[in-house]
Design a protein around this ligand. Structure first.
Ligand SMILES: Nc1ncnc2c1ncn2[C@@H]1O[C@H](COP(=O)(O)OP(=O)(O)OP(=O)(O)O)[C@@H](O)[C@H]1O
Length: 457
């Protein structure tokens, strides 16, 4: 077949034989190099062939042949895809049987953290190597241990750049587990506020799972307010600053953050204190986020800490931003009095701290609540207002409790406060003696039996 009508670089060699096209390419020395059969047709090749046909004036004559070409393309394409898939599976198998380097292991374990791809894409958190953390904590030395919670031990560490960190190491026997770990990573890595502790990264390698936080040199609030001598060092301006900071942190979680977050385990040991005694809310293992207009949810697995849980949450598993408001109210009364709500004792009655505060309030004796160590530094107006605001927060009905933005306004203004109604859970809880000393999380699926005495009316 004459090839003169074909575009510049392509010259037909001799024939168009059914679907096999032979072609030649001119070489620099003027010869035609025969390239042989067209074995891997592609869209481009089809275009060429079509051009060739039309320029040769054979379009009509070769219609049948052109119909066959897409079929061939599909067949060869199919074979290529199958070969590709086989290669991919083979590569994966070989890779998983290969020994892993540190970094690979971190990556593969991290994948397990996320239940879907969008969560993984959302991760804004550095991953540390186990060797880095071991070095920073002197191999998890006893002297570096800051304390221990339900999650496991917490160690102080120093990174190569001199930055001090706190490392929470998930214990293998922990009653909190991978779910809380994932929750904390996913939840807090998206948040940033001066009253929330900063999660700097995590380490997931082999069996080890660790969270790396900014180090808080003054430990947690419980370390101060429930200790006879340390309590004396915390004057009223300091305590009021802490109350305000917690309120602002919570307001951010509930109303201003990218997600609407319910902390669900607000308590004195989850308020960390920085060098200047500014509070930072920590421990987001139990936190839940709400989407859109969602404001409350129900769970069969009640988690939280005795003494801080709202009645509707402890009894019915119903949680909302108002269950956090309840815990905040308890916390404020503990800060003002220096006494724990849970385990509170008074020789005149069997009420807990909430009940005690309520009785004194209704009798106009709220001043008797104030920690005696505060007498010198006390701004009575602020203290009494804080007590009243706290009583509004611990009201039995969630609808009656203020939002955190209202609380922030109440703390900073002198506007008249509404009259609080009776609090929820104001009798001493009947909790087994063994449980009284620790801040145990309520066991799962014990909603009805977690707290046996609801409020007395
Ligand atoms: N970022 C931090 N900086 C300094 N110390 C910390 C930090 N995080 C935790 N700690 C210390 O480690 C201790 C244990 O903390 P963790 O949050 O694990 O448990 P918890 O809040 O005391 O109890 P639970 O796990 O039952 O809620 C705290 O009391 C605190 O003193």
């Amino acid at each position: 077949m004459n090839s003169s009508g074909v575009a510049q670089r392509w010259v037909w060699a001799d024939q168009v034989n059914d679907w096999v096209v032979y072609f030649s390419v001119p070489t620099p020395d003027g010869c035609d190099l025969v390239c042989g059969a067209y074995e891997a047709p592609s869209f481009t090749s089809e275009v060429y062939i079509r051009v060739a046909f039309s320029e040769l004036g054979v379009t009509g004559a070769h219609k049948k042949k052109r119909k066959v070409i897409p079929l061939i393309i599909a067949l060869v394409g199919g074979v290529l895809i199958i070969l590709g898939l086989m290669f991919f599976v083979w590569r994966k198998r070989t890779k998983s049987s290969e020994p892993k380097g540190d970094d690979e292991q971190v990556g593969s374990d991290t994948d397990k953290l996320y239940t879907n791809e969008s969560q993984k894409d959302d991760l804004e958190l550095p991953l540390f190597k186990l060797s880095e953390i071991a070095k920073a904590t002197h191999n998890f030395a006893f002297n570096n241990k800051l304390g221990e919670g339900g999650y496991g031990p917490v160690y102080k560490g120093v990174l190569p750049d001199g930055k001090e960190v706190a490392v929470k190491r998930l214990s293998k026997t922990s009653n909190q587990g991978l779910d809380e770990f994932k929750n904390e990573v996913i939840c807090i890595s998206k948040l940033q506020h001066r009253n929330l502790v900063r999660l700097l990264g995590c380490c997931i390698q082999g069996d080890e799972k660790m969270l790396i936080y900014e180090y808080m040199p003054n430990k947690s609030l419980d370390y101060f307010i429930f200790d006879e001598s340390r309590r004396k060092t915390l004057d009223w301006p300091g305590r009021f600053n802490i109350i305000n900071g917690i309120a602002r942190g919570l307001q951010y979680l509930h109303e201003d953050s990218r997600l609407r977050i319910i902390h669900r385990d607000l308590k004195a040991s989850n308020i960390l204190l920085d060098f200047d005694m500014n509070p930072k809310i920590s421990d987001f293992g139990m936190a839940r986020s709400f989407i859109g207009n969602e404001t409350q949810a129900n769970t069969m697995k009640v988690v939280g800490t005795y003494g801080y849980m709202s009645p509707e949450y402890a009894v019915d598993g119903l949680f909302s931003i108002k269950s956090d408001v309840f815990s905040f109210g308890v916390l404020v009364l503990e800060i003002v009095t220096g006494k724990k709500n849970r385990g509170f004792f008074h020789h005149d009655h069997h009420h807990n701290l909430l009940g005690h505060a309520w009785i004194l309030y209704t009798e106009g004796r709220s001043l008797e609540l104030i920690d005696e160590n505060l007498s010198d530094s006390c701004h009575l107006y602020e203290v009494l207002r804080s007590i009243e605001m706290a009583l509004l927060c611990v009201q039995r009905s969630p609808e009656d409790r203020p939002s955190m933005s209202s609380v922030v306004v109440m703390l900073s203004s002198e506007s008249e406060l509404p009259q609080p109604k009776q609090p929820g859970f104001f009798y001493t809880e009947h909790i087994p003696k063994d449980d009284m000393s620790s801040s145990t999380h309520a066991p799962s699926s014990t909603t009805a039996m977690t707290i046996t005495l609801v409020d007395g009316r």
